[in-house]
Design a protein. Structure first.
Length: 134
């Protein structure tokens, strides 16, 4: 069970989605980043910010704006609890809760993608730590 505390103080807990669901997310992300010039090589001196929003800005924007990626991550949310409640979009109707929606989606997405990119685990861990309470 993965358990994280968000910057809001709310707790998110989840198991990885079944492999078929995670593989669907992987394929969806790959499809959405085709033709964006995605660069997965990490060079000396690269920062996470530069790697994502410098070298890979087009790929990052394609993933963040994709309805297909959102739907694939949403499928991975069947095993997610937010504030000890099963994940639904309705949990984020209140204005204060909305600040947590994207971090939850990003956490679930990154954790379900990470096993398909073992060489990028450090990048995924750094991105995850940026989403959490410091």
């Amino acid at each position: 069970m993965r358990k994280y505390k968000l910057t809001s103080g709310k707790i998110v807990e989840f198991e990885l989605a079944p492999v078929e669901t995670g593989l669907n997310l992987f394929r969806t992300v790959v499809n959405e980043t085709k033709g964006t010039g995605l660069k997965l090589e990490i060079e000396e001196g690269d920062t996470i910010f530069n790697l994502i929003f410098g070298k890979n800005a087009d790929a990052a924007l394609a993933v963040m704006s994709s309805e297909n990626v959102f739907n694939a991550v949403y499928e991975c949310c069947s095993r997610v609890k937010y504030d000890n409640k099963p994940f639904t979009l309705e949990l984020f109707n209140e204005e204060k809760a909305r600040q947590d929606l994207l971090p939850v989606i990003q956490l679930v997405g990154l954790e379900n993608l990470a096993p398909f990119f073992p060489g990028l685990r450090l990048v995924f861990d750094t991105l995850i730590s940026d989403l959490l309470m410091k």
